[in-house]
Design a protein around this ligand. Structure first.
Ligand code: CP
Ligand code: NVA
Length: 309
């Protein structure tokens, strides 16, 4: 049955581990699997800007033997001119999968409900699940099995990255801490979903308003921009609100002595993180960026294996 990847919890803990195992194999041997030989095309649609996602999907699809078709919404009929479901019904006649970076989660759900090909969330306002596969692969490489490790996300707890850390982290059996001002806490429904998953995996999710308390003893410290795409109008308020959550050397010193620092990029040095941390010895951001390629290739292989004939 065709599977979609719209949220981090669209895959079970065992499925997440299976995809990450395949990512490890594909990183060791980049051309080990070519399920798209034919060639077949994968549509990769962007309503928002991108460097890493665009390049990693384009290169990854080519590695798998297929052709990436990169579509900008500005030059297509999507984006108010045609519905996601009508777009999907046209694309499924021609492509093997649809990858979409957009705003609302509802559009992704509509697209997935209306098509027989896998739909992948390449970032929405609510989640960034492809990034989390890459982050978990990177954590595996630097810290071993993520299960039982503590990860602390600081800053915009209502952001796509924070909410994906909550869901993907507990799916991997991690103890996820989110430190944010109350008004930027993760959605209650996401926490409820994470609690249900954590009960089965041994992970946990805990919300904090105090950055130091949340960082204490953490194995992985993560942050992201304070001004996600689409929130530009709120920049002044956000910059005034998130100052206490900046990741600097002092905050990193509260984490475990062998803690690593992660950031999905792009970064605003001096805002959510100081340059000495993001460019320092504990930072593993370049491996994290590279792992987008390997993790997404594994995801596509896994989804294509399950696609309806
Ligand atoms: N991390 C990430 O998704 O980067 P891009 O916005 O450059 O794709
Ligand atoms: N939270 C950021 C992630 C960018 C990759 C945004 O949505 O802009």
């Amino acid at each position: 049955m065709t599977r979609h990847f719209l949220r981090d919890d669209d895959i079970t803990p065992a499925e997440q581990a299976e995809i990450l195992d395949l990512a490890v194999r594909l990183k060791q041997d980049r051309w080990a699997v070519k399920p798209l030989a034919g060639p077949q095309t994968v549509a990769v649609i962007f309503d928002k800007s991108s460097t890493r996602t665009r390049v990693s999907f384009a290169v990854g699809i080519a590695d798998l033997g297929g052709s990436p078709l990169i579509i900008s919404t500005a030059n297509s009929q999507l984006g108010g001119k045609e519905t996601p479901s009508d777009t999907a019904r046209v694309l499924e006649r021609m492509v093997s999968a649809i990858v979409w970076r957009t705003y609302g989660q509802a559009g992704l759900e509509e697209m997935a409900a209306g098509t027989t090909v896998p739909v992948v969330n390449a970032l929405s306002d609510d989640f960034h699940p492809c990034q989390l596969l890459a982050d978990l692969l990177t954590i595996r490489e630097h810290k071993g099995d993520p299960a039982g490790l503590t990860v602390t996300f600081l800053g915009d707890g209502a952001s796509n990255m924070a909410q994906s850390y909550v869901l993907a982290g507990v799916t991997a059996g991690m103890h996820v801490r989110v430190a944010s001002p109350d008004e930027f806490a993760p959605a209650a429904s996401v926490i409820a979903d994470a609690d249900r998953i954590a009960a089965a995996t041994g992970g946990s999710v805990t919300l904090y308003t105090d950055a130091a308390e949340a960082a204490a003893g953490a194995d992985v410290v993560v942050t992201d921009t304070w001004v996600s795409m689409g929130k530009e109008d709120e920049k002044a308020h956000r910059v005034a609100t998130f100052g206490a959550y900046r990741v600097d050397r002092e905050l990193m010193s509260l984490a475990a002595s062998d803690a690593v620092f992660m950031h999905c990029l792009p970064a605003d040095r001096g805002y959510e993180v100081t340059a000495d941390v993001i460019d320092g010895e504990q930072s593993i951001i370049w491996d994290e960026a590279e792992n987008r390629l390997h993790a997404q290739k594994a995801l596509l292989v896994w989804l294509l294996e399950r696609k309806d004939a």
